[in-house]
Design a binder for this molecule. Structure first.
Ligand code: KMH
Ligand code: ZN
Length: 272
């Protein structure tokens, strides 16, 4: 089996320090946190940014500062979010692509998201994919609902994305697909061969779906964006603690963990 790629989603856009005081929000806190996750075995960081008040921002300068700080510490793959936060304009969400990160998230459809709507109509998806293609950014296809796989395959038909396509199944968002193993199997069986995939289980789904992904040959995303708990009612002390646990389980199951360069190879990221 391929080595396991662990993505850490360190802060997202919705979680607050009130909910977990260990949430990193400043560029310095985020970079330090990412470095600790890298030391434990994470090879990709899924990156959002926050302003000085801790609110989500798409400010390119904040992303630039955070990315520079991360790059000064380690060679983890930086995947910026183009999902941003509910209410951001498409222009705001796409702005950090100008920094040419190695990867960026690309959600392939609109979905209810808690009490709101995560808005991704066809023209937005195509524009984002086109920008990524022009800038040489590898998209990670975020799948909140099964139909989003088909939308991604339409992009492939139009030449906007190419194999190997990397899918991330975001499972258990209120409004999206469930966090059941049955649904994970369905998603895995619905993507073309030659693709790679990871799973981001939300809340209590993070750990069981991660373990199933390790066994099935997929990859795993953990982190405070998706889950702030270590176990029921017990807050995680850090993102690194969540990474460390997945590494431990993977090694116990006989699956080695990929370094960032090994992850680049698996994902077909051009390093030339
Ligand atoms: N914050 C969510 C509305 C992504 O990063 O691409 C969307 C999100 C997905 O986090
Ligand atoms: Zn995100």
């Amino acid at each position: 089996m391929e080595k396991l790629i662990i993505t850490v989603a360190v802060c997202g856009a919705e979680v607050t320090k009130k909910e977990n005081p260990n949430l990193p929000t400043t560029p310095e806190e985020i970079a330090e946190d990412v470095y600790n996750c890298y030391l434990k075995g994470a090879s990709i960081v899924h990156l959002h940014a926050r302003d000085e008040q801790g609110n989500p921002t798409s400010d390119v300068q904040v992303f630039r500062k955070t990315m520079d700080l991360i790059k000064s510490k380690c060679n983890i793959i930086i995947q910026i979010s183009t999902g941003g936060a509910l209410g951001m304009t498409p222009e705001e969400r796409a702005a950090p692509l100008a920094l040419k990160p190695e990867m960026a998230s690309l959600t392939c459809g609109t979905v209810n998201f808690g009490t709101g709507v995560f808005w991704n109509p066809p023209d937005l998806i195509e524009n984002f994919a086109l920008k990524m293609r022009e800038l040489g950014v590898k998209p990670e296809i975020e799948v909140f609902e099964a139909g989003m796989i088909n939308n991604a395959l339409q992009l492939q038909k139009k030449g906007l994305i190419q194999q190997p396509i990397h899918f991330d199944f975001v499972m258990g968002v209120p409004g999206g697909i469930t966090g059941n193993v049955r649904d994970l199997i369905y998603l895995v069986e619905s993507i073309p061969s030659g693709s790679t995939w990871s799973v981001a289980g939300i809340g209590r789904h993070e750990l069981p779906l991660g373990v199933v992904a390790i066994i099935l040959g997929g990859h795993v995303r953990v982190g405070f964006e998706d889950n702030i708990y270590y176990s029921k009612g017990v807050l995680a002390q850090s993102n690194a603690q969540l990474v460390e646990r997945i590494v431990r389980i993977s090694l116990e199951l006989g699956r080695e963990v990929a370094s960032p360069d090994e992850a680049r190879k698996i994902l077909g990221i051009d390093v030339s």
